[in-house]
Design a protein around this ligand. Structure first.
Ligand code: ATP
Length: 255
C-alpha cells in the first residue's frame, strides 16, 4: 500500500467537504496522465473511498496523443493498486500538426482536445464527475499568467460545470506541488515528467509566459515564504467593487 501523507489526505477531505466535490453515489472519471499530480489524485481518492462515510466509484482514464507514448507502466500501476483504468487512444498529435504551427498555442490545443475526449468518455459511460489533478501552484500560475499576459482576473475553481452538464472537480486544489512531488518520491512511484504540455517531450519549448510566471512565483516565494497563504486567502476575499468594471461599481459605497 502507498503512504499518503496526513497533510494531503486532510486537505483533500476538507476540500471535498467544503466544496461538495464528491458525494454519495457519484461516478467519477479521473484524468490520469501518469504525472505526479494525477497519480497522487488516484491514491487520494482511493484513500477517501476507504475513510469517507459515503460511497462513490471512480475510474482512471489516460488519453494518448498518438505520439508513440510508452504508457504500459500506467496500466501496471493501476492493476497493482486495484484501480480500474482505461486508455483512450487518439490522434491529437497528428491533428495538431495539421492545424497549428509549433508555437505556444500547441499546448492549449492539446489541453482543449484532451479535455474534449475526457468529457465525451465521461458522458458516454455515465460518469457524472471528472476529476483533474490541478493543485494550488497551478491555480496561482494560471492566475498570474492571465493577470500579466492575458488581461483577465481568472484562475481555476475547485468545481465547475462543463457545457455538457458534467461537473469538473479538482480535489488537490489546495495541495502544494511540492507535497505531491514528495508523495511520488517517498513511495518510489515512477511518474512522467513535469512538462507543461506533451509536445515538450519532443522538440517544443515551454511557453514563454508559463515559464516566466513559474520563475516569478518562485522568486517571490523565496522573498516572502508566507505568500501562498496570503494568495489562498485572497481568493476567498474578492472585493469586486475595488476594480474598474462598471457593473460592480453601481451604488458603490466605500468606507
Ligand atoms: N493524457 C492525459 N490523460 C488523462 N488525463 C490527463 C492527461 N493529461 C493531463 N490530464 C489531467 O489533466 C490534469 C492537468 O493536466 P496538466 O498537464 O496541466 O497537469 P500536469 O501538471 O502535467 O499533471 P500531472 O502531474 O498529473 O501530469 C492532470 O492532473 C490530469 O488529471
Amino acid at each position: 500500500m502507498v503512504e499518503l501523507s496526513k497533510k494531503i489526505s486532510k486537505l483533500v477531505g476538507k476540500t471535498n467537504a467544503e466544496y461538495g466535490l464528491i458525494k454519495e453515489g457519484d461516478k467519477v472519471l479521473v484524468g490520469f496522465s501518469g504525472g505526479k499530480d494525477s497519480t497522487t489524485l488516484l491514491h487520494a481518492l482511493k484513500h477517501l473511498q476507504r475513510v469517507a462515510p459515503f460511497k462513490f466509484e471512480f475510474k482512471a482514464v489516460t488519453v494518448t496523443y498518438g505520439m508513440g507514448e510508452q504508457i504500459q507502466f500506467l496500466a501496471d500501476h493501476c492493476k497493482k493498486y486495484e484501480i480500474e483504468h482505461e486508455i483512450v487512444d487518439t490522434e491529437i498529435f497528428e491533428i495538431a500538426g495539421e492545424k497549428i504551427r509549433k508555437n505556444s498555442s500547441f499546448c492549449s490545443f492539446f489541453s482543449r482536445m484532451r479535455r474534449g475526449y475526457l468529457y465525451t468518455t465521461a458522458q458516454e459511460q455515465g460518469y457524472n464527475k471528472l476529476a483533474l489533478g490541478h493543485h494550488l501552484d497551478d491555480a496561482m500560475e494560471s492566475f498570474f499568467m492571465n493577470f500579466l499576459y492575458n488581461g483577465a482576473l481568472r484562475s481555476m475553481p475547485p468545481i465547475y460545470q462543463a457545457e455538457n452538464g458534467l461537473e469538473v472537480i479538482r480535489p488537490l486544489i489546495f495541495c502544494r506541488e511540492r507535497q505531491l512531488r514528495a508523495f511520488a518520491q517517498s513511495n518510489e512511484i515512477s511518474v512522467i515528467g513535469d512538462e507543461a504540455c506533451p509536445a515538450m517531450r519532443f522538440d517544443i519549448k515551454m511557453p514563454h509566459a508559463r515559464e516566466k510566471t513559474k520563475k516569478l512565483l518562485e522568486q517571490m516565494e523565496e522573498e516572502n515564504p508566507q505568500m501562498f497563504i496570503s494568495m489562498k486567502a485572497a481568493f476567498n476575499n474578492i472585493q469586486t467593487s475595488t476594480f474598474f468594471q462598471k457593473e460592480f461599481l453601481d451604488n458603490n459605497k466605500q468606507d
